[in-house]
Design a protein around this ligand. Structure first.
Ligand SMILES: Nc1nc2c(c(=O)[nH]1)N[C@H]1C(S)=C(S)[C@@H](COP(=O)(O)O)O[C@H]1N2
Ligand SMILES: [Mo]
Length: 300
């Protein structure tokens, strides 16, 4: 699952390096012993779960690349980890969801509200109430003791940390923290790619111009990554083996006949639906940035 290029972002992001987005200035202190999750709203029977009861459920382990909608082209608000948790699909089946519902409004211990399309929690993508990250209990900053993880959706519509309440509802009847601030209600992650090496303005010897990075297209999967030098032809790069469609793929390419001078490398990815990233630049608001990432470097 890895390519052999120095300084490419590691396949699994260590917990301590995983990006963070918190609206709260102080991380909420939620002891596992007193944690409870209430599941209610448009359901046949409400349910309240303790942490011990959650752990008694069937747990699944999945590698999932989480991405923030605020990530700029080439940005760092993306990370890949192994998560363990209880499938939300099973929990929602148990409480019995009203067919008229189309959303779940989740609330955190710090009163963050997030609306998620119900379908993403009940289809087979593996949405979960996560309790572990890379083999450790969820770190405090990443939502201890329990957070939501939903492959394929930007964090602001899915990844509620310190989650304590799930209300099955309808989008028409709710508003949530970010959607009140002009961000999109439904936000599938866009296909994206990034150059990690060389770093901007790095100088490389002509016989060792190794280019590398990551590309992601959660739920669809990355099929192809191409790079070009300056305004030259596109070159297909080497991709690391597929883990699953919900994780990023590392890629690498060697520029064989590198010429001395200052150059720019540009990357673009194509996902398994055949869609190639557009060069049109869009800002993150309201539903995620678009555009190709470029890095300038010098060959000696
Ligand atoms: N309670 C709470 N949950 C939250 C947030 C938050 O600020 N508070 N930020 C969301 C956003 S915008 C993202 S991208 C992810 C980030 O998760 P991380 O901080 O573990 O990387 O969590 C989401 N869940
Ligand atoms: Mo985010």
């Amino acid at each position: 699952m890895s390519v052999d290029v120095d300084d490419v972002t590691p396949y699994l992001t260590p917990n301590g390096d995983f990006y963070r987005v918190d609206t709260a200035l102080q991380i909420p202190d939620v002891p596992a012993e007193s944690w409870q999750l209430r599941v209610h709203g448009m359901v046949d029977q409400e349910l309240t779960l303790s942490f011990a009861e959650l752990l008694e459920r069937r747990l699944i382990e999945r590698r999932i690349t989480l991405t923030c909608v605020s990530n700029q082209v080439g940005g760092e608000l993306v990370g890949n980890a192994t998560w363990i948790g209880a499938p939300l699909r099973e929990l929602l089946a148990e409480v019995g969801v009203d067919p008229a519902a189309d959303a779940v409004l989740s609330t955190s211990a710090d009163d963050m509200t997030i609306g998620t399309p119900l379908e993403a929690l009940t289809d087979d993508r593996g949405a979960m109430l996560a309790v572990a990250m890379n083999g450790e209990p969820l770190p405090l900053e990443h939502g201890f003791p329990v957070r939501m993880m939903v492959p394929g959706l930007y964090g602001f519509v899915s990844a509620t940390k310190w989650v304590v309440d799930l209300e099955v509802t309808r989008f028409a009847d709710i508003s949530a923290y970010w959607t009140e601030r002009d961000w999109s209600e439904k936000a599938p992650i866009k296909t994206a790619s990034r150059v990690d090496v060389p770093r901007s303005f790095q100088t490389l010897p002509a016989d060792e111009v190794r280019i590398g990075g990551v590309a992601w297209s959660q739920t669809r999967g990355v099929d192809k990554v191409e790079v070009r030098i300056d305004n030259g032809d596109w070159n297909k790069v080497e991709l690391a083996a597929v883990d699953n469609v919900n994780t990023w793929r590392q890629w690498s390419w060697k520029w064989q006949d590198a010429t001395p001078g200052t150059h720019e490398v540009t990357v673009r990815a194509t996902d398994a639906t055949g869609y190639t990233q557009t060069s049109d630049r869009a800002e993150p608001r309201p539903d995620g940035s678009t555009g190709w990432h470029s890095v300038q470097f010098t060959v000696e």
